[in-house]
Design a protein around this ligand. Structure first.
Ligand code: ACO
Length: 374
């Protein structure tokens, strides 16, 4: 007991809670299975990245083609999943919709057994259905007819095609692919750790993924991409944003999209994605919003010396791509399933139940008194 108490750190800060070969968060980069995020962001498709995370190596051309066709095979949504989607009340948050409908889709998983191919197959199935669920929900809410998937498109293009009903621009496809690569994996963050805890009881892959969705939803984690654009959109000018952010920071308010438990010199994913903020702002003829974006960022840096995280530029980038706010965190899920599943597989194939101790701070032992005496 004394030993557990000595190791106690609120929020497990700085605690090494397990070993992984999936990724590592470095102060000067982030690496998935030994490849830096800069390298992958520059060269890799999301499909290659997901394959790398799930199988441990980048795919050959034929392995990649097979993975892509497996994704295409699973994309059409089961009619029962569509029926559930139609019945969920319109005001339900997108992450709640995804939690319920991924659970529903799991019942139609064609894979059996728990060997590596079955586990990767299950992850592939989840990767394939989630973008279709997000796009279908988006169109149902807009009162638009649903779009069937078009085999052969990239993962990013497929989502955009099903969401908007037309082929995406090369720029939008490239940027969505980039956000998918950047969001795919991040070591023992809160949602991944939660997935590993679920898996460590020898529960199933979908229970782990649904655990991940519930954990990612919170605004201190993935939900920050939606919160950051809400903050940007409430201001009419950079001057207004600057003044309001000064007041908020002075009052100790958290500014969403800033700060990180591990990165203290800044989040590399944010810097990579930020390069697209200005080109998109110019393309959308909306440089005012870009100025507001920079004004908030500058205040947080000057007053608190806190860097942005990946969710800050992502909120604005998705906004410029014309995506409705409610799909931003679900799109994070569409990508992060690859990392969650890779960790679930790693945990499952070399398992030890995750069961830490707590420090007890409750009452001393005391006698039970019958209800009439209380
Ligand atoms: N805005 C204002 N102040 C902040 C912020 C912020 N976004 N983040 C940290 N701080 C302050 C804290 O208030 C604290 O100040 P204090 O020492 O005066 O009390 C100090 O910086 C240290 O921060 P901690 O709370 O110790 O940092 P922690 O590691 O616990 O939290 C977290 C990390 C949760 C990400 C935090 O920075 C935060 O809440 N950020 C906003 C939400 C967000 O953007 N989440 C997305 C993270 S990235 C991702 O999940 C993909």
């Amino acid at each position: 007991m004394a030993e557990s108490a000595e190791l106690y750190r609120p929020g497990l800060e700085g605690i090494v809670a397990g070993e992984t070969s999936v990724s590592t968060v470095l102060q000067d980069s982030l690496a998935y299975r030994g490849y830096t995020i800069e390298d992958l962001a520059e060269h890799a498709s999301f499909e290659e990245t997901a394959y790398l995370l799930l199988r441990g190596e980048l795919p050959s051309a034929s392995q990649l083609a097979a993975f892509r066709s497996e994704l295409d095979r699973h994309r059409p949504l089961n009619p029962h999943v569509l029926e559930v989607l139609r019945r969920i009340p319109a005001e339900t948050p997108g992450m709640d919709v995804l939690r319920t409908t991924l659970s529903m889709a799991a019942h139609f998983d064609p894979y059996r057994g728990n060997d590596l191919d079955a586990l990767v197959g299950r992850a592939t199935y989840a990767l394939a259905v989630v973008p279709g669920i997000i796009a279908a929900r988006m169109r149902l809410l807009a009162g638009q007819p649903l779009i069937e998937p078009k085999p052969g498109l990239s993962h990013a293009a497929q989502f955009l095609y099903q969401a908007f009903g037309q082929m995406p621009t090369a720029m939008n496809e490239k940027i969505l692919n980039l956000t998918f690569v950047l969001y795919a994996e991040h070591e023992f963050n809160a949602s991944t750790f939660a997935c590993r805890v679920t898996t460590s009881t020898l529960s199933d892959m979908y229970s782990a993924l649904v655990t991940g969705i519930g954990t990612l939803k919170g605004p201190l984690h993935g939900g920050a991409n939606e919160e950051s654009i809400k903050a940007i959109n409430q201001y009419k000018s950079a001057a207004e944003a600057q003044a309001a952010t000064e007041t908020q920071v002075g009052g100790g308010k958290l500014i969403m999209g800033f700060g990180h438990r591990v990165y203290k010199n800044g989040d590399h994913r944010a810097r990579i994605l930020e390069k697209y903020v200005e080109p998109l702002g110019r393309e959308r003829n909306d440089m005012n919003r870009v100025e507001i974006y920079h004004a908030i960022k500058n205040v947080v840096w000057e007053r608190k010396k806190i860097h942005m995280n990946v969710d800050y530029p992502c909120g604005l980038v998705y906004f410029f791509m014309g995506l409705p706010l409610d799909v931003y965190t679900p799109l994070f899920v569409a990508s992060r399933i690859s990392g969650w599943a890779a960790h679930a597989i790693e945990q499952f194939t070399n398992n030890r139940l995750i069961r830490p101790r707590s420090r007890y701070v409750g009452p001393e032992i005391r006698p039970y008194r019958p209800v009439g005496e209380r």
